[in-house]
Design a protein around this ligand. Structure first.
Ligand code: GLU
Length: 492
């Protein structure tokens, strides 16, 4: 069997969109499952659409997601260069071969002529097709025009009739009528190849066995298939992945919120959660498997024939839910490395002291992570571990700080806590249990106000865990402050 070689071939026109990331991911699953090679090729021949720095962004996003490639930018490989802008000689040679064999021809029609023809066909109510005017120019006529310095395009001669069938691994057989297809341009007048041509030449030169890509390219595939045949190249296998739609079933775009990997990163999503989400967006795991699985598990089970033929509908809530699951199950150190930029961004820690406080940061994160779904939420839930409490939740104040005698009760708690020698969860809890019993009061009467005093909030992780992380001194200070606050409120 031929070795599996797949490619992800982004055009550097912006950030890595989640649709592109999913295409890369499915290629990657397929390569890894088949001990094949994943090739990254940058399709940068259309200089008008290229955005500066886009390649860097795309590579960073792939790396951050953990989708690695075997050949391509930063990796090298035997089939380079991996930027189409550096491969012009391959395209010129292939076009030359087609011209020689009579499968392609120079077309000298000007923009104005094509425009007039387009207009004429529009009036006649037919979809535009090039009228093939230059198809039968004599060799001497072509020579003469080239001598005059005219800059023609090169077109491929497509059959007038008949059909071509694309055998797609996801969609099955899809047939296209040649009379619907144009004599497409393969080399533009500036000497650069069109997408369809460069793609075929490169996929052949790079020995790609499977072309797995977005289904917006399905309509290009009959043209490409024809080019393979005309060039005498073996045709690779094709698999077209259905679109990702917005919840309103329109095309997913900026107006639906975050659409690029870097935006999801900024929103505090973890790479594995995005991978898991994209995996499910168009592919169904075998029955009885949970919805949460690592890339390694997917690599075992992935198969192109389980990829959905219908469009997938994007659901941000599902992604956020998955993210929460990953925040909970991640290795603590790894979670901390992802969370740190968010703690810094919120002004809770700074870069210089993060190392010294490493253990403290880990204990905070391990305590708050159960309650959060994103990294900004994690930062917000950690705030009182890093910043003094200067305000108290308003409802909590009404409910817990207005109770009769509460300042005296809190003072009792404070003094007992002050006496603890080993400030651990058992001993702090014992202080409260003993007081509750001695005073015959309900636990909530002192536990809720203590929480409000220590965190400023009415909800937190287990109070005694919070106390121990904060440490004795801060707990006593915060209780003192709350007692002063309550007294001041009462005298007003
Ligand atoms: N450069 C094309 C794109 O970004 C890739 C198409 C293909 O995979 O053939 O859509």
């Amino acid at each position: 069997m031929e070795p599996v070689r797949v490619r992800f071939a982004p055009s550097p026109t912006g950030y890595l969109h989640i649709g592109g990331a999913r295409t890369a991911l499915y290629n990657w699953f397929f390569a890894r499952q088949n001990q094949g090679k994943m090739i990254l090729r940058i399709e940068d021949t259309d200089s008008e659409r290229i955005k500066e720095d886009s390649v860097g962004q795309i590579l960073d996003s792939l790396e951050w997601l953990g989708i690695d490639w075997d050949e391509g930018p930063g990796r090298g490989g035997d089939f380079g260069p991996y930027y189409q802008s550096q491969r012009k000689s391959f395209y010129t040679a292939a076009a030359e071969a087609l011209l020689q064999s009579g499968r392609a021809y120079y077309c000298f029609c000007t923009e104005d002529e094509l425009k007039a023809e387009r207009e004429r066909q529009r009036e006649a109510g037919v979809p535009f097709r090039y009228n093939r005017k230059c198809r039968d120019l004599s060799a001497s006529e072509v020579h003469k025009r080239l001598e005059q310095g005219l800059e023609p395009v090169v077109r491929i001669k497509l059959p007038d009739s008949g059909q071509t069938v694309v055998n797609d691994l996801i969609r099955g057989n899809v047939s296209f009528d040649f009379d619907q297809l144009d004599d497409l341009i393969i080399i533009k007048s500036n000497g650069l190849p069109t997408y369809n041509f460069a793609c075929v030449v490169d996929d052949h030169e790079m020995q790609i066995s499977h072309v797995i890509r977005a289904d917006e390219h399905l309509s290009n595939t009959p043209k490409q298939q024809f080019l393979y045949e005309a060039l005498g190249y073996p045709v690779p296998q094709f698999a077209h992945i259905s679109m990702i739609l917005a919840p309103d079933r329109s095309k997913l775009s900026k107006r639906h919120g975050a659409t690029s990997v870097s935006e999801f990163k900024d929103m505090g999503c973890l790479p594995e959660a995005i991978i898991n989400y994209l995996t499910l967006l168009g592919w169904s795991p075998p029955e009885e498997q949970s919805e949460i699985f690592t890339p390694e598990q997917t690599i075992c089970h992935f198969s192109l024939d389980q990829v959905s033929k219908t469009a997938a509908v994007y659901d941000i809530n599902k992604l956020i839910w998955l993210n929460g699951q990953y925040i909970n199950s991640y290795g603590l150190e790894k979670l901390a490395s992802h969370a740190l930029p968010f703690l810094i961004r919120e002004g809770l820690i700074d870069n210089d002291t993060a190392d010294q406080n490493h253990d403290y940061i880990l204990s905070v994160i391990s305590t708050v992570r159960e309650r959060v779904k994103t990294l900004p939420e994690l930062a917000e839930a950690s705030r009182y571990f890093f910043k003094d409490v200067t305000e108290y939740d308003e409802k909590g104040r009404e409910k817990y700080f207005r109770q009769k005698g509460i300042e005296a009760l809190l003072a009792k708690c404070r003094d007992r806590l002050a006496d603890i020698e080993v400030f651990n969860p058992e001993n702090t809890e014992k202080v409260y249990r003993d007081l509750i019993e001695e005073l015959s009061i309900k636990g909530g009467l002192i536990i809720h106000p203590t929480r409000l005093a220590l965190t400023g909030r009415t909800a937190s992780p287990g109070l005694f865990d919070v106390m121990v992380i904060l440490g004795k001194e801060r707990c006593l200070n915060r209780l003192d402050r709350a007692i002063r606050f309550i007294k001041a409120e009462k005298t007003q």
